[in-house]
Ligand binder design. Structure first.
Ligand code: AR6
Length: 169
């Protein structure tokens, strides 16, 4: 079941929230900044030992002061016009999060922000179509998959992508 919510992802009581991080995993602006503020400085300390993360991959950390048990940090691609493999890298980022969540073994609910669509400039409708396509693939292996939007407008884009994909939403 894929749910579209308008919320601050740091408030969600789910097993894992996904962070749209940068390759350092040490924090930044946007959703990354919000997650680090809410989780507390322990997240940065923990992530320092992970030694970074390449674009398209993902790393897992405890949620520390967050209601979520885990933070799965992934690094989406910076949009350069679309001919540098950006769609494939974004798809890989979503897939890496799901695979890591399955490996962890105790993650039944997971919430994603709209990776790469803020500072990294990925066009929102295309990003939503990619996100929804991967979410639909993993739908039957989780109790809840949440597309956590930060605006009503973004939620509309996701709802449209879901109905286009003909996927349960
Ligand atoms: N809850 C849910 N979504 C949010 C929140 C929140 N609290 N805050 C922002 N968003 P961005 P990116 C949405 O820029 O494009 C950071 O500096 C936002 O509206 O956070 O992947 C990192 O360190 C947008 O739709 O991530 C990297 O350097 C979406 O989250 C870089 O930005 C993603 O926007 C990553 O850029």
């Amino acid at each position: 079941m894929i749910e579209v919510l308008v919320a601050d992802i740091t408030t969600l009581e789910v097993d894992a929230i996904v962070n749209a991080a940068n390759t350092s995993l040490l924090g930044g602006g946007g959703v990354d900044g919000a997650i680090h503020r809410a989780a507390g400085p322990e997240l940065r300390e923990y992530n320092r030992k992970l030694g970074g993360c390449p674009v398209g991959e993902a790393r897992i950390s405890p949620g520390f002061r967050l209601p979520a048990k885990y933070v799965i940090s992934t690094v989406g691609p910076v949009w350069h016009g679309g001919d540098r493999g950006e769609p494939e890298l974004l798809e890989k980022a979503y897939r890496s999060c799901f695979e890591l969540a399955l490996e962890q073994g105790d993650i039944r609910s997971i919430a994603f922000p709209a990776i790469s669509t803020g500072a990294y400039g990925f066009p929102r409708p295309l990003a939503a179509r990619i996100a929804v396509r991967v979410m639909c693939e993993y739908d039957d292996r989780f109790d809840r998959i949440i597309a956590c939007c930060y605006s009503e407008e973004d939620a509309g884009i996701y709802r449209e992508a879901l109905s286009e994909a003909g996927c349960r939403g």
